[in-house]
Design a protein around this ligand. Structure first.
Ligand code: ATP
Length: 314
């Protein structure tokens, strides 16, 4: 649904985006993740036809964002990082004004407003001044605006920035709901945000694409560094050798904790099933078996640091 090929954007001599390529399949909900200044907003503005790229290609629904911007605008709903709302207007007036700009007639526009207001839980707020609404409600008015023309694709730039924890939770749940019948791409610099909402993640840093995949695929890339914690009783001196003998295990350390032994197992894959079976076969009591240190947060920090070091060395 979204195809980005070798996209570059230069601001003078600064490369905000450097040759990035990625795809978003129809119906996917994809997180576009990167630290501040990574190039997320620049990419999103290119995809939403706000400014042209310096080189490369981008298509949405098969339409070229440079050559066929009218077609792209028809199928894309865009929520910018800061929604430019008019505080003295009421959401209903604002949405009517936006509907008119998009060429909707009055009857269609009123029907669309009822539909998006219900979808974004703002029906009760439609006739209050926008200036009197909370940040969370303003954000929902922005989302309602993005949905007014019933787009197939929703592109959301930092949709929860500045919201309180309850509003963040509500916005995430709304986005997940919208993802049931839209392709969604959302940008964020907060990993848990993306992890909580998205099926796929594209990570960029300093304008370069550094990783892409499902959260599980990205986690698997650091699984080699991951540690498994095991707490067992009854194993005696056999434990260390038995754990070291399991396939894929590269290191084991053990220490006694009262009658129990706490072991840390380093392995290339996920050894938990084998450890569980081993304990069962040998009749050892097992009271803890968990993976440690394989969080996506670690991966994100590691990969961004690697990319920054590489850039410094070049
Ligand atoms: P943030 O999370 O802080 O919004 P971002 O990932 O969205 O960051 P961009 O806003 O796309 O990053 O910025 C990428 C780089 O391009 C930054 O170095 C930024 O300073 C630069 N940049 C962005 N817009 C312009 C502009 N209009 N003129 C010059 N440089 C710009």
């Amino acid at each position: 649904m979204i195809e980005v090929q070798d996209l570059t954007k230069l601001y003078g001599r600064v490369a905000a985006v450097s040759g990035i390529s990625f795809d978003v399949a129809e119906g996917d909900i994809v997180g576009f993740l990167g630290p501040n200044g990574a190039g997320k907003t620049t990419t999103i503005r290119i995809l939403t036809c706000y400014h042209p790229a310096t080189s490369g290609e981008a298509r949405i629904g098969g339409f070229d964002v440079f050559q066929q911007s009218m077609e792209v605008r028809r199928i894309v709903g865009y929520l910018p990082e800061l929604t430019p709302l008019y505080p003295e207007m009421r959401p209903r007036e604002y949405l009517r004004f936006r509907g008119k700009l998009r060429g909707l007639n009055r009857a269609d526009c009123n029907a669309a407003i009822d539909r998006v207001a219900e979808r974004c839980w703002i029906t009760d707020m439609l006739d209050r001044p926008i200036g009197a609404l909370s940040k969370g409600y303003k954000q929902r008015v922005g989302l309602a605006d993005a949905l007014l023309h019933n787009p197939r694709v929703l592109i959301l730039d930092e949709p929860t920035v500045g919201l309180d924890p309850t509003q963040i939770r509500e916005t995430r749940s709304l986005i997940r709901e919208l993802a049931q019948d839209h392709t969604v791409m959302l940008s964020s610099h907060i990993l848990p945000e993306v992890e909580a909402t998205c099926q796929r993640i594209v990570i960029i840093n300093k304008g370069h694409l550094v990783a892409a995949g499902t959260p599980d695929e990205l986690r698997a890339q650091i699984a080699g560094d991951a540690e498994t914690i095991v707490e067992l009783k009854g194993a005696g001196g056999d434990l260390q050798a038995a754990l070291e003998g399991l396939p894929g295990v590269s290191g084991v350390t053990t220490r006694p904790v009262g009658d129990w032994t706490l072991a840390s197992v380093r392995a290339g894959g996920d050894p938990r099933e084998q450890i569980f079976r081993l304990a069962g076969e040998r009749g050892w009591a097992l009271r803890e078996l968990r993976r440690a240190g394989a969080s996506l947060e670690d991966y994100f920090v590691k990969i961004v640091a690697q990319a920054s070091n590489q850039a410094r060395a070049e």
